[in-house]
Design a protein around this ligand. Sequence first.
Ligand code: 4AD
Ligand code: MG
Length: 431
Amino acid sequence: MSSKCLVREVGQYVGQEVTIGCWVHNKRSSGKIQFLQLRDGTGFIQGVMVKQEVEEEIWLAAKELTQESSLYATGIVREEERSPSGFELTLTGVKVIHLTKDYPITPKEHGVDFLMDHRHLWMRAPRQRAILVIRNEIIRAVHQFFNEKGFTMVDAPILTPSSCEGTTELFHTKYFEEDAFLSQSGQLYMEAAAMALGRVYSFGPTFRAEKSKTRRHLIEFWMIEPEMAFVEHEESLQIQQQFISHIVESVLKNCQKELKFLKRDLSKLEQVTGDFPRITYDEAIQFLQEKDFEIKWGEDFGAPHETAIAEHYDKPVFITHYPTELKSFYMKPDPERPEVVLCADLIAPEGYGEIIGGSQRIDDEQLMEQRFVEHKLSEEAYQWYMDLRTYGSVPHSGFGLGLERTVAWICGLEHVRETIPFPRLLYRMYP
Ligand code: 4AD
Ligand code: MG
Protein backbone atom coordinates (compact mmCIF):
# COMPACT_ATOMS: atom_id res chain seq x y z
CA MET A 1 0.00 0.00 0.00
CA SER A 2 1.38 3.39 -0.95
CA SER A 3 1.01 6.43 1.31
CA LYS A 4 -1.10 9.34 0.15
CA CYS A 5 0.94 12.52 0.29
CA LEU A 6 1.29 16.06 -1.02
CA VAL A 7 4.05 17.14 -3.38
CA ARG A 8 5.44 19.40 -0.67
CA GLU A 9 5.85 16.40 1.64
CA VAL A 10 7.62 13.96 -0.73
CA GLY A 11 10.96 14.58 0.99
CA GLN A 12 9.68 12.51 3.92
CA TYR A 13 9.12 9.49 1.67
CA VAL A 14 12.41 8.95 -0.19
CA GLY A 15 12.61 5.35 -1.43
CA GLN A 16 8.96 4.71 -0.63
CA GLU A 17 5.89 4.43 -2.80
CA VAL A 18 3.42 7.32 -2.58
CA THR A 19 0.19 8.36 -4.27
CA ILE A 20 -0.45 11.99 -5.15
CA GLY A 21 -3.69 13.57 -6.35
CA CYS A 22 -2.51 15.91 -9.09
CA TRP A 23 -2.87 17.51 -12.52
CA VAL A 24 -0.65 17.21 -15.58
CA HIS A 25 1.08 20.54 -15.96
CA ASN A 26 3.11 19.47 -18.97
CA LYS A 27 4.29 16.32 -20.67
CA ARG A 28 6.91 14.98 -23.04
CA SER A 29 7.77 11.53 -24.24
CA SER A 30 10.73 9.85 -25.94
CA GLY A 31 8.85 6.75 -27.06
CA LYS A 32 10.27 4.59 -24.27
CA ILE A 33 10.02 7.06 -21.42
CA GLN A 34 7.26 9.53 -20.52
CA PHE A 35 8.01 12.60 -18.44
CA LEU A 36 4.97 14.04 -16.69
CA GLN A 37 5.25 17.43 -14.99
CA LEU A 38 2.77 17.02 -12.16
CA ARG A 39 1.32 19.68 -9.88
CA ASP A 40 -0.96 19.42 -6.88
CA GLY A 41 -1.00 23.07 -5.85
CA THR A 42 1.53 22.55 -3.07
CA GLY A 43 4.35 22.08 -5.56
CA PHE A 44 5.57 20.60 -8.82
CA ILE A 45 7.26 17.23 -9.35
CA GLN A 46 8.37 15.30 -12.39
CA GLY A 47 6.97 11.81 -12.81
CA VAL A 48 9.06 9.46 -14.95
CA MET A 49 7.55 6.33 -16.49
CA VAL A 50 9.72 3.73 -18.24
CA LYS A 51 7.80 1.58 -20.73
CA GLN A 52 9.64 -1.62 -19.90
CA GLU A 53 9.01 -1.26 -16.19
CA VAL A 54 5.21 -0.93 -16.13
CA GLU A 55 2.31 -2.94 -17.42
CA GLU A 56 1.08 -1.92 -20.84
CA GLU A 57 -2.27 -0.77 -19.45
CA ILE A 58 -0.54 1.76 -17.16
CA TRP A 59 1.74 2.94 -19.96
CA LEU A 60 -1.26 3.54 -22.22
CA ALA A 61 -3.24 5.33 -19.51
CA ALA A 62 -0.33 7.71 -18.99
CA LYS A 63 -0.04 8.22 -22.74
CA GLU A 64 -3.61 9.40 -22.91
CA LEU A 65 -3.07 12.15 -20.35
CA THR A 66 -3.29 15.70 -21.64
CA GLN A 67 -2.39 19.07 -20.11
CA GLU A 68 -4.52 19.71 -16.97
CA SER A 69 -5.95 16.18 -16.87
CA SER A 70 -6.38 15.04 -13.27
CA LEU A 71 -5.11 11.79 -11.85
CA TYR A 72 -3.79 9.85 -8.90
CA ALA A 73 -0.13 9.25 -9.61
CA THR A 74 1.66 6.46 -7.75
CA GLY A 75 5.42 6.16 -7.71
CA ILE A 76 8.65 5.75 -5.77
CA VAL A 77 10.14 8.99 -4.48
CA ARG A 78 13.76 9.52 -5.57
CA GLU A 79 16.17 12.29 -4.77
CA GLU A 80 17.07 14.17 -7.93
CA GLU A 81 19.54 17.01 -7.78
CA ARG A 82 18.69 18.42 -11.19
CA SER A 83 15.00 18.86 -10.39
CA PRO A 84 13.89 22.22 -8.93
CA SER A 85 12.00 20.40 -6.17
CA GLY A 86 14.98 18.13 -5.44
CA PHE A 87 12.86 15.01 -6.02
CA GLU A 88 11.40 12.90 -8.78
CA LEU A 89 8.75 10.21 -8.90
CA THR A 90 9.43 6.92 -10.67
CA LEU A 91 5.89 6.17 -11.74
CA THR A 92 4.46 2.74 -11.04
CA GLY A 93 0.79 3.55 -11.59
CA VAL A 94 -1.64 6.17 -12.80
CA LYS A 95 -5.34 6.35 -12.15
CA VAL A 96 -6.90 8.86 -14.52
CA ILE A 97 -9.67 10.88 -12.87
CA HIS A 98 -10.60 13.28 -15.63
CA LEU A 99 -9.20 13.73 -19.13
CA THR A 100 -9.06 17.36 -20.17
CA LYS A 101 -9.68 18.30 -23.80
CA ASP A 102 -8.26 21.46 -25.36
CA TYR A 103 -7.07 23.31 -22.28
CA PRO A 104 -7.19 26.95 -23.38
CA ILE A 105 -3.98 28.14 -21.72
CA THR A 106 -1.12 26.47 -23.54
CA PRO A 107 2.59 26.98 -22.88
CA LYS A 108 2.67 29.52 -25.72
CA GLU A 109 2.30 33.26 -25.01
CA HIS A 110 -1.21 34.64 -24.52
CA GLY A 111 -2.40 38.24 -24.49
CA VAL A 112 -3.32 39.91 -21.20
CA ASP A 113 -7.05 40.10 -21.98
CA PHE A 114 -7.18 36.43 -22.82
CA LEU A 115 -5.41 35.55 -19.58
CA MET A 116 -7.65 37.85 -17.56
CA ASP A 117 -10.77 36.29 -19.12
CA HIS A 118 -9.38 32.93 -18.00
CA ARG A 119 -8.17 34.06 -14.59
CA HIS A 120 -9.91 31.05 -13.00
CA LEU A 121 -7.57 28.78 -15.01
CA TRP A 122 -4.61 31.14 -15.26
CA MET A 123 -4.26 30.81 -11.47
CA ARG A 124 -2.91 27.31 -12.06
CA ALA A 125 0.22 28.63 -13.79
CA PRO A 126 3.41 28.29 -11.73
CA ARG A 127 4.05 32.03 -11.83
CA GLN A 128 0.57 32.80 -10.52
CA ARG A 129 0.95 30.17 -7.86
CA ALA A 130 4.26 31.69 -6.71
CA ILE A 131 2.63 35.11 -6.40
CA LEU A 132 -0.32 33.80 -4.39
CA VAL A 133 2.02 31.88 -2.08
CA ILE A 134 4.01 35.07 -1.42
CA ARG A 135 0.75 37.00 -0.86
CA ASN A 136 -0.15 34.42 1.75
CA GLU A 137 3.25 34.75 3.43
CA ILE A 138 2.82 38.53 3.59
CA ILE A 139 -0.61 38.08 5.23
CA ARG A 140 0.87 35.63 7.73
CA ALA A 141 3.72 38.02 8.54
CA VAL A 142 1.24 40.89 9.06
CA HIS A 143 -0.71 38.95 11.68
CA GLN A 144 2.47 37.70 13.32
CA PHE A 145 3.89 41.22 13.62
CA PHE A 146 0.79 42.67 15.23
CA ASN A 147 0.22 39.68 17.49
CA GLU A 148 3.74 39.94 18.83
CA LYS A 149 3.32 43.67 19.44
CA GLY A 150 0.11 43.41 21.46
CA PHE A 151 -2.36 44.57 18.80
CA THR A 152 -5.87 43.17 18.67
CA MET A 153 -7.41 42.55 15.28
CA VAL A 154 -10.80 44.21 14.98
CA ASP A 155 -13.03 43.85 11.93
CA ALA A 156 -14.41 47.01 10.34
CA PRO A 157 -17.80 47.01 8.62
CA ILE A 158 -18.00 46.87 4.82
CA LEU A 159 -21.40 48.55 4.51
CA THR A 160 -21.08 52.07 5.85
CA PRO A 161 -23.35 55.12 6.13
CA SER A 162 -20.61 57.69 5.39
CA SER A 163 -17.19 58.15 3.82
CA CYS A 164 -13.68 58.12 5.26
CA GLU A 165 -11.40 59.31 2.47
CA GLY A 166 -13.77 61.61 0.55
CA THR A 167 -16.98 61.13 -1.36
CA THR A 168 -15.81 61.08 -4.97
CA GLU A 169 -14.66 57.47 -4.95
CA LEU A 170 -17.52 55.85 -3.08
CA PHE A 171 -19.51 52.88 -4.31
CA HIS A 172 -23.11 53.61 -3.64
CA THR A 173 -25.64 50.94 -2.73
CA LYS A 174 -28.94 50.61 -0.90
CA TYR A 175 -29.30 49.43 2.68
CA PHE A 176 -33.01 48.66 2.49
CA GLU A 177 -34.52 52.17 2.36
CA GLU A 178 -31.32 53.96 3.34
CA ASP A 179 -28.28 54.93 1.29
CA ALA A 180 -25.09 53.03 2.01
CA PHE A 181 -21.54 52.89 0.70
CA LEU A 182 -18.95 50.17 0.40
CA SER A 183 -16.10 50.92 2.79
CA GLN A 184 -13.11 52.76 1.33
CA SER A 185 -11.20 52.47 4.63
CA GLY A 186 -11.87 51.02 8.06
CA GLN A 187 -9.88 53.76 9.76
CA LEU A 188 -12.63 55.72 11.51
CA TYR A 189 -13.90 52.51 13.10
CA MET A 190 -10.36 51.56 14.10
CA GLU A 191 -10.05 54.91 15.89
CA ALA A 192 -13.06 53.93 18.00
CA ALA A 193 -11.58 50.48 18.58
CA ALA A 194 -8.18 51.94 19.60
CA MET A 195 -9.95 53.87 22.37
CA ALA A 196 -11.34 50.56 23.58
CA LEU A 197 -8.37 48.21 23.04
CA GLY A 198 -5.33 50.49 22.80
CA ARG A 199 -3.64 49.00 19.76
CA VAL A 200 -5.75 47.50 17.02
CA TYR A 201 -5.68 46.69 13.33
CA SER A 202 -8.18 45.76 10.70
CA PHE A 203 -7.52 43.67 7.64
CA GLY A 204 -10.26 43.73 5.10
CA PRO A 205 -11.42 44.54 1.61
CA THR A 206 -11.88 48.18 0.68
CA PHE A 207 -13.50 49.68 -2.39
CA ARG A 208 -12.67 52.72 -4.48
CA ALA A 209 -14.78 53.73 -7.44
CA GLU A 210 -11.76 55.41 -8.97
CA LYS A 211 -11.73 55.84 -12.72
CA SER A 212 -8.03 55.08 -12.70
CA LYS A 213 -6.64 52.60 -15.16
CA THR A 214 -3.08 52.37 -13.96
CA ARG A 215 -0.86 49.46 -13.07
CA ARG A 216 -1.25 50.38 -9.37
CA HIS A 217 -5.01 50.76 -9.01
CA LEU A 218 -7.58 48.17 -8.12
CA ILE A 219 -11.26 48.89 -7.55
CA GLU A 220 -11.36 46.34 -4.73
CA PHE A 221 -8.22 45.88 -2.67
CA TRP A 222 -7.22 44.70 0.78
CA MET A 223 -5.92 47.07 3.39
CA ILE A 224 -4.23 46.56 6.74
CA GLU A 225 -5.08 49.45 9.05
CA PRO A 226 -3.43 49.71 12.46
CA GLU A 227 -4.57 52.40 14.86
CA MET A 228 -2.71 53.19 18.07
CA ALA A 229 -3.75 55.18 21.14
CA PHE A 230 -1.04 57.29 22.82
CA VAL A 231 1.17 57.02 19.72
CA GLU A 232 2.27 60.21 17.98
CA HIS A 233 3.60 60.77 14.49
CA GLU A 234 7.25 59.91 15.17
CA GLU A 235 6.52 56.64 16.96
CA SER A 236 4.10 55.65 14.22
CA LEU A 237 6.84 56.01 11.59
CA GLN A 238 9.13 53.78 13.68
CA ILE A 239 6.44 51.12 13.87
CA GLN A 240 5.84 51.37 10.12
CA GLN A 241 9.45 50.74 9.24
CA GLN A 242 9.68 47.79 11.62
CA PHE A 243 6.46 46.42 10.13
CA ILE A 244 7.64 46.65 6.52
CA SER A 245 11.06 45.22 7.39
CA HIS A 246 9.39 42.29 9.15
CA ILE A 247 7.23 41.52 6.11
CA VAL A 248 10.17 41.63 3.69
CA GLU A 249 12.34 39.55 6.01
CA SER A 250 9.62 36.89 6.36
CA VAL A 251 9.17 36.57 2.60
CA LEU A 252 12.94 36.35 2.11
CA LYS A 253 13.12 33.66 4.74
CA ASN A 254 10.13 31.55 3.76
CA CYS A 255 9.60 32.06 0.02
CA GLN A 256 13.04 31.58 -1.53
CA LYS A 257 11.74 29.18 -4.17
CA GLU A 258 8.90 31.46 -5.22
CA LEU A 259 11.11 34.57 -5.36
CA LYS A 260 13.61 32.65 -7.46
CA PHE A 261 10.89 31.49 -9.79
CA LEU A 262 9.79 35.10 -10.26
CA LYS A 263 13.46 36.04 -10.91
CA ARG A 264 13.22 38.68 -8.20
CA ASP A 265 16.42 40.59 -7.52
CA LEU A 266 16.91 39.62 -3.87
CA SER A 267 19.69 42.13 -3.25
CA LYS A 268 17.06 44.89 -3.60
CA LEU A 269 14.84 43.32 -0.91
CA GLU A 270 17.74 42.53 1.41
CA GLN A 271 18.40 46.27 1.81
CA VAL A 272 15.00 46.83 3.42
CA THR A 273 16.07 46.99 7.09
CA GLY A 274 16.79 49.60 9.74
CA ASP A 275 15.71 53.22 9.42
CA PHE A 276 14.02 54.34 6.23
CA PRO A 277 14.97 57.66 4.67
CA ARG A 278 12.59 60.59 5.10
CA ILE A 279 11.93 63.66 3.05
CA THR A 280 9.39 66.38 3.75
CA TYR A 281 6.83 67.42 1.17
CA ASP A 282 8.65 70.77 0.88
CA GLU A 283 11.96 69.05 0.15
CA ALA A 284 10.27 66.70 -2.29
CA ILE A 285 8.81 69.65 -4.24
CA GLN A 286 12.22 71.30 -4.37
CA PHE A 287 13.85 68.06 -5.48
CA LEU A 288 11.30 67.60 -8.26
CA GLN A 289 11.62 71.17 -9.44
CA GLU A 290 15.38 70.70 -9.67
CA LYS A 291 14.68 67.66 -11.85
CA ASP A 292 12.61 69.91 -14.15
CA PHE A 293 9.18 68.63 -13.13
CA GLU A 294 6.46 71.24 -13.49
CA ILE A 295 5.03 71.09 -9.98
CA LYS A 296 4.20 73.79 -7.46
CA TRP A 297 3.81 73.74 -3.69
CA GLY A 298 0.25 72.61 -2.89
CA GLU A 299 -0.04 70.12 -5.74
CA ASP A 300 -0.26 66.39 -5.21
CA PHE A 301 2.28 63.89 -6.50
CA GLY A 302 1.51 61.57 -9.36
CA ALA A 303 3.18 58.28 -10.22
CA PRO A 304 6.08 59.90 -12.17
CA HIS A 305 6.86 62.16 -9.21
CA GLU A 306 6.82 59.27 -6.75
CA THR A 307 9.04 57.21 -9.02
CA ALA A 308 11.56 60.05 -9.41
CA ILE A 309 11.77 60.42 -5.62
CA ALA A 310 11.93 56.67 -4.97
CA GLU A 311 14.72 56.18 -7.53
CA HIS A 312 16.89 58.30 -5.33
CA TYR A 313 16.84 55.70 -2.52
CA ASP A 314 17.37 51.97 -2.19
CA LYS A 315 14.86 51.60 0.67
CA PRO A 316 11.24 52.70 0.99
CA VAL A 317 11.10 56.46 1.65
CA PHE A 318 8.68 58.43 3.82
CA ILE A 319 7.34 61.67 2.40
CA THR A 320 6.08 63.64 5.41
CA HIS A 321 4.24 66.87 6.20
CA TYR A 322 1.96 67.31 3.19
CA PRO A 323 -0.12 70.47 2.84
CA THR A 324 -3.19 70.30 5.06
CA GLU A 325 -5.36 71.21 2.06
CA LEU A 326 -4.27 68.10 0.16
CA LYS A 327 -5.03 65.56 2.82
CA SER A 328 -8.03 64.10 4.61
CA PHE A 329 -10.04 66.01 7.20
CA TYR A 330 -8.89 63.92 10.18
CA MET A 331 -5.13 64.58 9.94
CA LYS A 332 -3.52 66.55 12.75
CA PRO A 333 -1.87 69.80 11.72
CA ASP A 334 1.75 70.31 12.68
CA PRO A 335 1.48 72.55 15.80
CA GLU A 336 4.42 74.62 14.55
CA ARG A 337 3.14 74.93 11.00
CA PRO A 338 -0.60 74.35 10.70
CA GLU A 339 -0.47 74.58 6.88
CA VAL A 340 1.03 71.07 6.87
CA VAL A 341 -0.13 67.88 8.61
CA LEU A 342 1.66 65.23 10.68
CA CYS A 343 1.37 62.58 8.01
CA ALA A 344 3.53 60.32 5.90
CA ASP A 345 3.18 58.36 2.71
CA LEU A 346 5.62 55.50 2.34
CA ILE A 347 6.87 55.12 -1.22
CA ALA A 348 8.24 51.72 -2.21
CA PRO A 349 11.54 51.52 -4.07
CA GLU A 350 11.91 50.64 -7.76
CA GLY A 351 8.85 52.58 -8.90
CA TYR A 352 6.12 50.60 -7.09
CA GLY A 353 4.56 53.75 -5.68
CA GLU A 354 2.80 54.56 -2.42
CA ILE A 355 2.27 51.49 -0.26
CA ILE A 356 1.31 53.21 3.03
CA GLY A 357 -0.70 56.32 3.82
CA GLY A 358 -0.92 57.37 7.44
CA SER A 359 -1.00 60.20 9.96
CA GLN A 360 -1.49 61.36 13.49
CA ARG A 361 -5.20 62.13 13.96
CA ILE A 362 -6.85 65.27 15.27
CA ASP A 363 -7.68 64.67 18.95
CA ASP A 364 -8.95 68.16 19.76
CA GLU A 365 -12.74 68.38 19.83
CA GLN A 366 -12.97 71.99 18.68
CA LEU A 367 -10.60 71.58 15.78
CA MET A 368 -12.48 68.49 14.66
CA GLU A 369 -15.74 70.45 14.74
CA GLN A 370 -14.11 73.13 12.62
CA ARG A 371 -13.00 70.50 10.09
CA PHE A 372 -16.54 69.16 9.87
CA VAL A 373 -17.71 72.61 8.83
CA GLU A 374 -14.85 73.14 6.36
CA HIS A 375 -15.37 69.75 4.74
CA LYS A 376 -19.18 69.99 4.86
CA LEU A 377 -19.46 66.72 6.77
CA SER A 378 -22.80 65.90 8.32
CA GLU A 379 -22.58 66.24 12.11
CA GLU A 380 -25.31 63.67 12.40
CA ALA A 381 -23.57 60.99 10.33
CA TYR A 382 -20.29 61.49 12.18
CA GLN A 383 -21.69 62.00 15.67
CA TRP A 384 -20.17 58.75 16.87
CA TYR A 385 -16.77 59.80 15.53
CA MET A 386 -17.01 63.12 17.38
CA ASP A 387 -17.77 61.20 20.57
CA LEU A 388 -14.22 59.84 20.44
CA ARG A 389 -13.03 63.43 20.94
CA THR A 390 -15.65 64.16 23.60
CA TYR A 391 -14.95 61.21 25.87
CA GLY A 392 -11.35 60.60 26.91
CA SER A 393 -9.66 61.89 23.77
CA VAL A 394 -5.96 60.97 23.42
CA PRO A 395 -3.23 61.52 20.84
CA HIS A 396 -3.37 58.66 18.36
CA SER A 397 -1.99 57.66 15.00
CA GLY A 398 -2.55 55.04 12.38
CA PHE A 399 -1.84 54.04 8.85
CA GLY A 400 -3.06 51.88 5.98
CA LEU A 401 -0.91 49.42 4.03
CA GLY A 402 -2.22 48.37 0.62
CA LEU A 403 -1.73 44.60 0.38
CA GLU A 404 -1.68 44.33 -3.40
CA ARG A 405 0.85 47.08 -3.94
CA THR A 406 3.03 45.42 -1.34
CA VAL A 407 2.73 42.10 -3.18
CA ALA A 408 3.57 43.81 -6.49
CA TRP A 409 6.67 45.39 -5.01
CA ILE A 410 7.97 42.33 -3.17
CA CYS A 411 7.32 40.02 -6.14
CA GLY A 412 8.61 42.59 -8.65
CA LEU A 413 5.42 42.64 -10.78
CA GLU A 414 4.59 45.10 -13.53
CA HIS A 415 0.90 45.30 -12.66
CA VAL A 416 -1.32 44.79 -9.60
CA ARG A 417 -3.70 42.60 -11.61
CA GLU A 418 -1.52 39.58 -10.80
CA THR A 419 -1.38 40.26 -7.06
CA ILE A 420 -4.95 39.30 -6.13
CA PRO A 421 -6.78 36.06 -6.99
CA PHE A 422 -9.69 37.71 -8.80
CA PRO A 423 -8.85 41.33 -9.61
CA ARG A 424 -11.55 43.98 -9.86
CA LEU A 425 -10.29 46.55 -12.34
CA LEU A 426 -11.84 49.44 -14.18
CA TYR A 427 -14.08 47.74 -16.78
CA ARG A 428 -13.39 44.23 -15.48
CA MET A 429 -15.44 42.25 -13.00
CA TYR A 430 -15.25 38.83 -14.74
CA PRO A 431 -14.61 36.14 -13.67
O1 4AD B 1 -3.67 56.46 1.29
P1 4AD B 1 -4.98 55.78 1.53
O2 4AD B 1 -6.15 56.25 0.75
O3 4AD B 1 -5.22 55.89 3.09
C1 4AD B 1 -6.36 55.55 3.78
O4 4AD B 1 -7.33 55.02 3.30
C2 4AD B 1 -6.24 55.78 5.25
N1 4AD B 1 -7.59 55.86 5.81
C3 4AD B 1 -5.45 54.68 5.87
C4 4AD B 1 -5.28 54.82 7.34
O5 4AD B 1 -4.60 55.74 7.79
N2 4AD B 1 -5.85 53.92 8.13
O6 4AD B 1 -4.80 54.23 1.25
C5 4AD B 1 -3.83 53.48 1.96
C6 4AD B 1 -3.07 52.55 1.02
C7 4AD B 1 -2.28 53.25 -0.08
O7 4AD B 1 -1.04 53.69 0.39
C8 4AD B 1 -2.15 52.14 -1.11
O8 4AD B 1 -1.13 51.23 -0.75
C9 4AD B 1 -3.47 51.43 -0.97
O9 4AD B 1 -3.99 51.72 0.31
N3 4AD B 1 -4.41 51.84 -2.00
C10 4AD B 1 -4.68 51.14 -3.12
N4 4AD B 1 -4.24 49.95 -3.56
C11 4AD B 1 -4.71 49.48 -4.73
N5 4AD B 1 -5.64 50.11 -5.46
C12 4AD B 1 -6.14 51.31 -5.06
N6 4AD B 1 -7.07 51.92 -5.79
C13 4AD B 1 -5.66 51.88 -3.84
N7 4AD B 1 -5.93 53.01 -3.14
C14 4AD B 1 -5.16 52.97 -2.04
MG1 MG C 1 -2.72 57.83 0.07
